[in-house]
Write a protein that binds this ligand. Sequence first.
Ligand SMILES: NC(=O)c1ccc[n+]([C@@H]2O[C@H](COP(=O)([O-])OP(=O)(O)OC[C@H]3O[C@@H](n4cnc5c(N)ncnc54)[C@H](O)[C@@H]3O)[C@@H](O)[C@H]2O)c1
Length: 254
Amino acid sequence: MRFKNKVALVTGAAGGIGRSVVEHFAREGATIAAADQSREQLLSLRKIADEYQTEVVPFDGNLGDTAYCDSLPTQVFEKTGQLDIVVNNAGIITRGNVLEATDEDWSRSMTINVEAVFRICRNAIGLMIQNNGGTIVNVASCWGLYPGPDHAIYCTSKAAVAALSKCMGRDHAHQGVRVNAVCPNEVNTPMLHTGFSRRGFDPDSAITELGKTVPVGRIAEPDDIAEVIVFLASNASKYITGATLEVNGGKPVY
Ligand SMILES: NC(=O)c1ccc[n+]([C@@H]2O[C@H](COP(=O)([O-])OP(=O)(O)OC[C@H]3O[C@@H](n4cnc5c(N)ncnc54)[C@H](O)[C@@H]3O)[C@@H](O)[C@H]2O)c1
């Protein structure tokens, strides 16, 4: 029960990785402030709260809305009385090279993947400094560290998340706030499934084939990433800050 009496804000809480993060925190006693686009998605997380006898408090909103992002940590603090952990997990993927990208693709990806993280971190760090510190884990991507083909906007947005996490980790360490980024390669979530479907592949067989390209023999499950996020949020990683941690089963980006 490492997170008993702790409050963790998780964005993208109803998605593939987010739901697993919520479950891991709940299992260890945290109260979870769950953020995602719709209240219905968030209410489906109640089952997890009931199972582990904790609380999942919904904070639905659109990360494209700057006022929502600027106030989300404060809203959580006011509702629960504290804010110890933030996981900026929500994200979208835009595929293609720059010639295929529209202005809308660029601004939507930068708004949701980068600007929302900046706004939420800025608000949260201020609160954490005034209240005995805290930890932030941002979900970047291996593709942000080593850009792969045909995902120019996505890679650029995730590179920004990685750099921002390093900067904030370094800048606020002396104030008791740790900031790190987790960098997965491929993870078996709706994000990956919809990408395969859109390109006309059967997601299940495509995922099996993709698994053969990973040295450990399979792509990541959400749980593989959630466990690392929880480690970086916990006191077990107390001397780690400003780090980008690759969680890729040994597979390089190519
Ligand atoms: N799945 C992968 O292969 C993979 C690999 C590396 C990194 N990542 C990153 O992991 C994170 C989680 O991805 P996932 O695979 O679980 O995807 P997912 O699509 O299952 O979940 C993403 C969640 O973010 C939420 N979200 C998206 N736009 C939003 C908005 N405007 N406002 C509020 N919420 C919004 C969605 O509703 C969804 O619940 C993302 O940042 C993604 O880029 C995923």
